[in-house]
Design a protein around this ligand. Structure first.
Ligand code: ACO
Length: 371
């Protein structure tokens, strides 16, 4: 029987983009603590940091916003391609198909190395694709992008048709910044593997989206929403959690492969939600459940170091701004596009094809020696 490692603990690349320290609970983007960036910087500023290695000056930021937002509109041919997809097609499949289609539109561009202009175009287009298909699925007219609004505000605007409240933009920006980049996770690794063959950026992004779609990776925080809805109120919380743990079920939004302490992304989202939604009874319940769950997990799973993860408070953020569950993973993707593309540029700058080995555990022909 093969021992399945899932490449746990294997170093696949050196990166200047981010540090995920699971013991100390640090998440660092290019020398800055992600938690602080999420609370103080715009999505554009942090995207610029990841792509260019430094925060933009005011003047650079103005030009960068204009350059990036100029790529937001869907071409008629891309709209026609999306229109061919069934209305009930899940959004991650829509995104994968649309990016693949975009790869055929830009076929004349040099496939290698990936171009920065393509990075801007793909990352700008993803929120528009999501909003276009989402409104179509509801029988609503699409809303054209608004160049006056920043990346996150424009996303909410294109979904709803109204300019969002600043508080909603602030909280979603914090989540988007925290979800933007996270080391060598499965979707980032998939994209880097494809690009390492000197394949094109669209093919690499399709691989990343495919990996993100799986429930073990981009699995939406919708399960957390479901859990808290089922608990319903503080009085029921302890009994409900104990029942789950005694039945051998996992508590959604707790535990992480890397973090053996509180996930810093969850900490930051809790802080911002405390400032913005302290009166909300659902959020009050979430805080109560987190405290109880961490104590109970220490008793029922001693030594496992199970703490809250980003999904728990991502659910609170998405619920607070009324995003439907079907958009949780696509919204995560819209943000992670920045991290993926930063990794693709980095991979191209020091490329060597990925080619790990496997251990053969099958039969050998009788006349050959065992390896
Ligand atoms: N609730 C109860 N027990 C748990 C939980 C949990 N949330 N997470 C892990 N455990 C227990 C396991 O039952 C196991 O116990 P055992 O040794 O007695 O069998 C032990 O802790 C180790 O579990 P593993 O599955 O080996 O831990 P791994 O590091 O592989 O899993 C994972 C990490 C998948 C996130 C896990 O903690 C989990 O399933 N959490 C719940 C789902 C969730 O919140 N997912 C979002 C993660 S954040 C993100 O992906 C962006």
């Amino acid at each position: 029987m093969a021992s399945v490692t899932g490449l746990e603990g294997i170093i696949a690349a050196e990166t200047e983009l981010s540090l995920v320290d699971g013991e100390k609970g640090y998440l660092v983007y290019r020398g800055y603590e992600a938690k602080k960036l999420a609370l103080n910087k715009s999505f554009e500023e942090v995207a610029y940091l990841l792509w260019h290695g430094e925060l933009p000056t005011e003047e650079i930021l103005v030009n960068f916003r204009a350059q990036w937002s100029a790529h937001r509109s869907l071409s008629e041919i891309l709209k026609a391609a999306i229109n061919l997809l069934p209305l009930e097609c899940d959004m991650m499949s829509v995104l994968r198909t649309a990016i693949s289609f975009l790869g055929t539109e830009s076929v004349k561009e040099a496939a290698w190395p990936p171009q920065y202009e393509s990075v801007l175009a793909y990352t700008a287009l993803v929120p528009t694709i999501i909003a276009y298909k989402y409104r179509q699925s509801l029988g609503l007219q699409p809303i054209e992008p608004n160049p006056e609004l920043d990346h996150v505000a424009n996303y909410l605007y294109m979904l709803t048709g109204t300019v969002p409240q600043p508080v909603h933009v602030k909280v979603l920006t914090a989540y988007f910044v925290l979800a933007m980049e996270h080391g060598m996770n499965a979707s980032t690794f998939s994209g880097r593997v494809v690009l390492s063959t000197q394949s094109d950026i669209a093919s690499a992004l399709c691989a990343s989206i495919g990996a993100m779609k799986g429930p073990l990776h981009g699995g939406a925080p919708s399960e957390v929403l479901h859990m808290l809805d089922e608990i319903g109120n503080k009085d029921r919380a302890e009994t409900w959690l104990i029942e789950q743990l005694e039945s051998g079920n996992r508590l959604m939004g707790f535990g992480h492969r890397i973090y053996k302490t509180s996930d810093p992304r969850a900490e930051a989202l809790r802080q911002i939600m405390t400032e913005l939604a302290s009166e909300d009874p659902w959020f009050d319940l979430a805080i109560h459940v987190e405290k109880l769950a961490v104590d109970l997990l220490a008793v029922y799973k001693p030594g496992r170091k199970l703490y809250v993860n980003v999904e728990f408070y991502a659910a609170a953020v998405m619920r607070a701004i009324a995003l439907p569950k079907s958009l949780f993973t696509p919204s995560f993707t819209a943000s992670r596009m920045v991290g993926w593309t930063a990794h693709l540029l980095e991979q191209a700058s020091c490329n060597r094809i990925f080619r790990p080995q496997s251990v053969y555990i099958g039969e050998m022909p009788a006349d050959l020696q065992q390896p």
